[in-house]
Design a protein around this ligand. Structure first.
Ligand code: HEM
Length: 118
């Protein structure tokens, strides 16, 4: 009879201790959510390089694209003049080719940074 009473007492103790633990966990959890919400609700401030309007970005890409096309055209014309008509314009062809490649790289990098993945 005594051992039965002891068993019942132990079960009761287990049940109470479990409910106390749960009751203590709840406020800790909500405090954690409060702390996290301070971070998640904070306004994300964009860096200066990204905080440019789309219109300005298109304008910059266009202003880089026009000289790029002109330089490519000049390189092609000089290449044809040299290769087909035998004109001595190798240095001019090289200068235009170098500038074309530089501008093309800058154009591609800026385009990827601003518009990838559209
Ligand atoms: C239809 C267009 C083109 C033609 C007909 C052309 C023609 C030529 C010719 C004939 C040469 C050899 C010159 C020589 O060895 O005396 C040459 C060299 C070269 N071209 Fe062009 N080219 C054209 C477009 C381009 C473009 C768009 C670029 C780069 C943006 C370029 C870059 C070069 C470079 C780097 C060399 C020196 C290669 C070397 O000497 O080993 N070319 N080109």
């Amino acid at each position: 009879m005594l051992s039965r009473c002891l068993q019942l007492a132990m079960v009761a103790l287990l049940v109470f201790s479990a409910s106390w633990t749960l009751a203590e966990d709840a406020p800790a959890e909500s405090a954690g959510i409060e702390v996290m919400s301070a971070f998640t609700s904070a306004e994300v401030k964009e860096g200066e390089a990204v905080a440019i309007s789309d219109k300005t970005k298109y304008l910059v890409m266009f202003l880089m694209g026009v000289p790029l096309l002109l330089l490519l055209l000049a390189t092609v014309v000089l290449g044809v003049a040299m290769g087909v008509y035998g004109k001595p314009v190798f240095v001019a062809h090289m200068v235009c080719a170098g500038l074309s490649m530089t501008l093309a790289t800058a154009h591609a990098v800026v385009g990827l940074v601003w518009f990838y993945p559209f």
